[in-house]
Design a protein around this ligand. Structure first.
Ligand code: ZN
Length: 97
């Protein structure tokens, strides 16, 4: 677990992601900040699996650095699609941890 969690509610970027993914609630990580759309910080933190998923992305950003992660993530989405993107596969695995 990270000792300091940065969470941004009603994030514009998360709203754009929600439109693109055609989902209502969105949490997305950019760097070390979790951006939320249509969900409160309180509700997000109640959902343990969801928090673990986003924490996995925070670790991935730490491992690769912002630019490399975003480049690889985008490339994997093109190559494998969102669901089979190795970063998403790993994050889903960590939900169960
Ligand atoms: Zn994810």
């Amino acid at each position: 677990m990270t000792n300091e969690l940065h969470i941004k509610e009603q994030s514009f970027l998360a709203m754009l992601a929600a439109k693109k993914l055609k989902t209502s609630k969105v949490a997305m990580v950019i760097g070390q900040t979790i951006h939320l759309h249509n969900t409160s910080k309180e509700d997000f933190l109640k959902n343990e699996r969801w928090v673990k998923h986003e924490l996995a992305h925070i670790e991935q950003y730490k491992k690769y650095g912002l630019l490399k992660f975003l480049t690889l993530y985008t490339w994997y989405c093109i190559k494998y699609g969102y669901h089979l993107n190795p970063f998403e596969v790993e994050a889903r695995e960590k939900e169960k941890a």
